[in-house]
Design a protein around this ligand. Structure first.
Ligand code: B12
Length: 210
């Protein structure tokens, strides 16, 4: 088993400490940080999701895997690095109302921050009013990122985009959307400005849009 496969297996089993050690070892052995992230950490969550769908594991197991993944990301963060400096303006990001998933959103926030934005992370289960209020309070905010992981919270994403539009924020910011059930088609349908499938391309896109 390669080191990256070992990382994925440890995440799936929820072994946070082992994950942290394996990530450090992989980096010391010269593994590319993005491979550790995409194939090791994120890859494991796909396996976990599949097992949950097939009733092989349940919410508690999903939760420990999520904690292990977070630990891995924490360890990896310095290696993902970035330009820093926060000179591109602000980016407000959050998971939409009713949705508690934050691993993907946190990764996107981290990558966007590392390209040079100051990120205001509103957390999870964020009401549409909070996005509007935060954009209005931050005239230098250029990007809003909305995350949704459940098909049942996709309508809340649509409502958040509509609320930002109604409040006139779309003259100020570009709205980016993402999360496992989100597609380019859905992005177009709800009037958001951009969709990307992963955190690295989200950061690239944010830079282009700002
Ligand atoms: C971990 C997890 C949980 C954890 C979340 C912990 C946490 N702190 O986030 C817990 C246990 C809490 C959980 C709960 C539930 N979950 Co859950 N969960 C998952 C799981 C296994 C992994 C999600 C994840 O972190 N993936 C890894 C990250 C890195 O990927 P990502 O989030 O997709 O993010 C990437 C991209 O999408 C993109 N991206 C994400 N956000 C954004 C934003 C922007 C702006 C952009 C540009 C890009 C972008 O970039 C990210 C990085 O590359 C998924 C399965 C899966 N494969 O997605 C199920 C899954 C999402 N959960 C599911 C379900 C059903 C639930 C529950 C309803 C279960 C229950 N019965 O209680 C609850 C709902 C709670 C709620 N109200 O939100 C279903 C959803 C089904 C559906 N179609 O709606 C899934 C798909 C599992 C399944 N196969 O059935 N879950």
């Amino acid at each position: 088993m390669s080191k990256i496969e070992e990382i994925a297996a440890a995440v799936a089993k929820g072994k946070a400490k082992v994950v942290a050690n394996l990530v450090t070892e992989a980096l010391n052995e010269g593994a590319a940080p993005l491979d550790v992230l995409n194939q090791g950490l994120i890859g494991a969550m796909d396996v976990v999701g599949e097992k949950f769908k097939n009733n092989e594991i349940f919410v508690p197991e999903m939760l420990v895997a999520a904690r292990a993944m977070k630990k891995g990301v924490e360890t990896l963060k310095p290696a993902l690095g970035g330009e820093g400096g926060a000179s591109l303006g602000k980016c407000v990001i959050g998971t939409v109302a009713g949705d508690l998933h934050d691993i993907g959103k946190n990764l996107v926030a981290m990558m966007i921050e590392s390209t040079g934005f100051e990120v205001i992370d509103l957390g999870v289960d964020v009401p549409k009013e909070k996005f509007v209020e935060t954009v209005k309070a931050n005239p230098d905010c250029k990007i809003v990122g909305l995350s949704a992981l459940l098909t049942t919270t996709m309508p809340a994403m649509k409502e958040a985009v509509a609320a930002l539009e109604e409040a006139g924020c779309k003259n100020q910011v570009k709205i980016m959307v993402g999360g496992a059930p989100i597609t380019q088609e859905f992005c177009d349908e709800i009037g958001a400005d951009a969709y990307t499938a992963d955190a690295a391309s989200a950061a690239q896109k944010a830079k282009e849009l700002a």
